[in-house]
Each structure stands twice: as structure tokens, then as C-alpha cells.
Design a protein around this ligand. Structure first.
Ligand code: ZN
Length: 460
């Protein structure tokens, strides 16, 4: 009875807040938890296949969206939270809203993207059947503090996993791979790309985690794809990268095909997104989906119509202009987005960087100084830089110090106005890359929706 009241009160609140246009994905979860603190546990206990939690610093949203595409492909509905609703109240909102009339579960499985800080609670309340970890980077300085704190939060969740649960780990990230030590059921994913497909040394190394998690010695890399991700071993204690079960072995950027190896099988999977980090997202999603026994030969078909989640290298057309949107939130992620922009072959590129400093963006914008504009700036092929948002002038200063000429940099504080100006002033041959922080992305989304330019949004 209490559960029933919690669910329906929450759904009513959700309905009212949507009608009044306030959005807000956390409110229903808050209401439900206030009425019945066990609401999340109770709801997930009804799922016959249980819960998969997916966490990590970067790539959560895209990996979860890819995995959801795979899992839904055989016609079985799953519950999947929207980007941004990844705190414990957001997970609760998602589950509450997935319930049918009379509180029968609509799906057998929930795939929940979960913020690292919410992992201990989420683990405790859902006893997941699988936990997927993408990578660990230092996020913005003012968020969770040290990397070891973040790793510890994920460890807590792992200790709450169902006894037959699977850990799905990025073998190429030492801190992530080390979570699999002494665990029974571990599936590793990673990259084994030919050397020429890897990135040049860009100084995107924000120190982070290039040390052996077992003995603390500096790791030696046989191959490094970006930051601390690659094929490593410890010269001191001998610990080395676990051999991945799912490995991306080839990435054909022209035909947008990634080849994934599993044992002796090779699969060619479509991936129409730039950036080597998306190869990780893809192979991670495949490994996650396979915990549910999906037929491997179906995967290519399942991914053919995949569309990136909003703002994760999503493409939007505005009056014949091609616009790419890519959320930026920390130094490694931003550097990787720039790498992807440099990789993409268009002849003329303009960039709009919109930096806000509200709580959800991170209030300390000093992380912009850790983004490697110095190395990347000259070889991105960007003709015009527009900077915008509440911290537009900090960003302009950052570009100035990176040696980008003043005459190429335009400051327009309102991102929406900046984007409109860019579309007006550019020709159709120009591709516009929009790189906003989180709340700037939300503002831009609203603007694009009002103008009728966006077709779909996964985000709430
Ligand atoms: Zn070691």
C-alpha cells in the first residue's frame, strides 16, 4: 500500500511538473522516497532480470544508450534512465515512471546510468546483477576530490552485487581493471588497434592514474590510446592489463565500422560517431549487453539506427548547416572532443565553446587550463572560435594563452545568440562544432527545440 501511494504520488508530481513546464527529473524520485524510503529496492526486486548499473567518469551516457539499443533490439523492453537523472533520486524517478498501472513492472531489466557518488546507495538498494565501469578520470576539481575516493565508491557498490553478478570492466584503464582482482565473474573490454590508428601524444595526460594500483610504481605502456588508457604492465610487481574478452581490433573511420573480436569471432559494427573514446563506449556497450546473452550476430543490425544521446556528439541540422553538439565537462573529455573534431574531415570548421559555472557545470573553471589547446589548437582546422556562456571571458583568455589569434576569437556571452549568429554568418560548407558545459547544453537544447531544429531527445 505504501509503495502504491509512493509511486502514484510521485507520478502525479511528475505529471504536474511536466505540464507546468518545469521539467525536473529528480522531483518524482524525491517524493517517492519521502513516502517510502524503500521504494527503489521494492520496485527493482520485481524485475526478473534485475538491474545493471553503469558508471565511470566519461562515456556513461553514450555507453548506456548503446547498450540499451542492443538490449532492446530483440523486442524486450528495458527501463533506462535519461542522461542527467543519474543520482539516486533520478534512478528512483526512472523506476517510478516505468511502472504500469497498479504497479506491475513493464520491463524485466533496468539499465541505470549511475553517477559515481551514488554508486554505494544504488548498490545497496538494487543489488545489481551487473556493474559496468567505463573509466576513471579526475573530474572537475571541486566535485568528488581524489580519484581514490571515486574508486572506493564504486568498490562499495561492487560489494553489494548479486552473488552471480557480472563485473564488466575496461581492461585498458588500470584503476578500473584492478576492480576485477579477486572477483569471480569479470568480463573485460578493451582496444587492440593497429599503432597508426592511435593518437599522437597530446599532453592530454592529466596525471590521473598511470601508476600501478597494486604497488604504486609507474606503469609501462606498450600501447597508449589516450590519457592513461592502453596496454600497460608494471615493471615492479608484474601486474598487467587483463586480456580483454571483447576487443576492438580495427576502426575504419571512412566506412564508420569498428571490428570487435570475441574469441575467434570477428564482428563488424557500425559507429557513426567520431572520437576514439566512442570506440571504447561501443565495445563497453557490447560487453555489457552480452551479460544478457544477446546473439552476437544480431549486434550490427541492432546498432544500425543508433542515434547518439543529446549533446554527445549529436548531429543537428539548422537550415542546411551541419551542427555537432558535444558536452564538455572535464579536461580529458574536452581534449578528446577536440581530438574528434580534428579527426573529422570537413574542409571548414567553426567552434562554439560555451562555459557556464553553475553547480552542475562545476563552479571552478580552472580545469579549462588542463585542456590541451596548445597542442591541438593549430591542427584542428578551426577557422573561427566563438566563446560564450557565463565564463566566456575566461575561455577567451584560455584561447589567447594557447596562441590562437585574437581576430579568430569572438566573444558573445549568450550561447543561443552566438549560435544564431554563427549560422547566419557561415556558408553551408562550414561545419559548426558546439562544445558546451552541462547547463549551457540545456539552454541550447531549449533554444533549438523552440526553433524546431531538434528531432529527438533522450534526455528528460
Ligand atoms: Zn605494480
Amino acid at each position: 500500500m505504501r509503495l502504491w501511494v509512493a509511486v502514484w504520488a510521485a507520478r502525479l508530481v511528475g505529471l504536474v511538473s511536466r505540464i507546468s513546464g518545469r521539467g525536473g527529473s529528480s522531483l518524482p524520485g524525491m517524493v517517492a522516497r519521502r513516502i517510502d524510503p524503500l521504494v527503489l529496492s521494492k520496485l527493482v526486486s520485481r524485475l526478473s532480470k534485475g538491474v545493471i548499473l553503469l558508471t565511470g567518469t566519461n562515456g556513461k551516457t553514450t555507453t548506456a544508450a548503446l547498450a540499451a539499443s542492443l538490449l532492446q533490439c530483440d523486442g524486450h523492453p528495458i527501463v533506462h534512465n535519461q542522461a542527467g537523472a543519474n543520482l539516486i533520486v533520478g534512478l528512483t524517478s526512472t523506476m517510478v515512471q516505468a511502472e504500469k498501472w497498479r504497479v506491475y513492472p513493464r520491463a524485466a531489466l533496468a539499465l541505470l546510468e549511475t553517477d559515481e557518488a551514488s554508486m554505494p546507495r544504488a548498490g545497496q538498494e538494487t543489488h545489481p546483477r551487473a556493474i559496468v565501469v567505463t573509466n576513471f578520470f579526475r573530474d572537475q576539481l571541486d566535485r568528488y576530490g581524489e580519484l581514490s575516493t571515486t574508486v572506493g565508491m564504486v568498490r562499495k557498490a561492487i560489494s553489494q552485487m548479486a552473488s552471480d553478478g557480472w563485473l564488466v570492466l575496461n581492461a585498458d584503464d588500470p584503476q578500473v581493471a584492478f576492480l576485477g582482482q579477486d572477483q569471480q565473474h569479470v568480463i573485460y573490454f578493451g582496444l587492440d588497434l593497429p599503432v597508426n590508428a592511435t593518437l599522437e601524444e597530446t599532453g592530454d595526460d592529466v596525471v590521473d592514474a598511470r601508476f600501478c594500483p597494486r604497488c604504486g610504481q609507474a606503469l609501462r605502456y606498450r600501447q597508449r590510446y589516450y590519457a592513461h588508457l592502453g596496454d600497460y604492465s608494471c615493471p615492479n610487481c608484474g601486474w598487467s592489463r587483463p586480456i580483454p574478452h571483447w576487443t576492438a581490433t580495427l576502426w575504419d573511420k571512412q566506412s564508420h565500422i569498428v571490428t570487435v573480436r570475441h574469441g575467434n569471432d570477428l564482428m563488424e559494427l557500425p559507429m557513426n560517431m567520431p572520437g576514439i573514446y566512442n570506440v571504447y563506449n561501443l565495445v563497453g556497450a557490447v560487453a555489457a549487453a552480452m551479460t544478457q546473452g544477446l546473439p552476437a550476430h544480431e549486434m550490427g543490425r541492432c546498432l544500425e539506427h543508433f542515434e547518439p544521446a543529446f549533446g554527445r556528439m549529436e548531429q543537428v541540422m539548422i537550415r542546411d548547416h551541419q551542427i555537432w553538439l558535444a558536452l564538455v565537462k572535464n579536461p580529458v573529455g574536452f581534449t578528446q572532443v577536440l581530438e574528434a573534431v580534428g579527426d573529422w574531415p570537413e574542409s571548414s570548421k567553426w567552434a562554439l565553446i560555451a562555459i557556464n559555472d553553475r553547480y552542475a557545470d562545476g563552479q571552478d573553471v580552472s580545469w579549462l587550463w588542463d585542456v590541451d589547446f596548445e597542442t591541438l589548437g593549430p591542427r584542428l582546422g578551426i577557422d573561427q572560435w566563438w566563446v560564450s556562456g557565463m565564463r566566456a571571458y575566461d575561455m577567451a583568455l584560455r584561447l589567447k594563452y594557447a596562441g590562437i589569434p585574437d581576430e579568430k576569437v569572438h566573444v558573445v556571452e549568450n550561447p543561443n545568440i552566438a549560435l544564431d549568429m554563427m549560422v547566419d554568418q557561415s556558408t553551408r560548407t562550414v561545419t559548426i562544432y558546439v562544445m558546451p558545459t552541462y547547463t549551457a547544453l540545456l539552454d541550447l537544447r531549449q533554444h533549438l527545440t523552440q526553433k524546431g531544429y531538434t528531432r529527438h531527445f533522450r534526455e528528460g
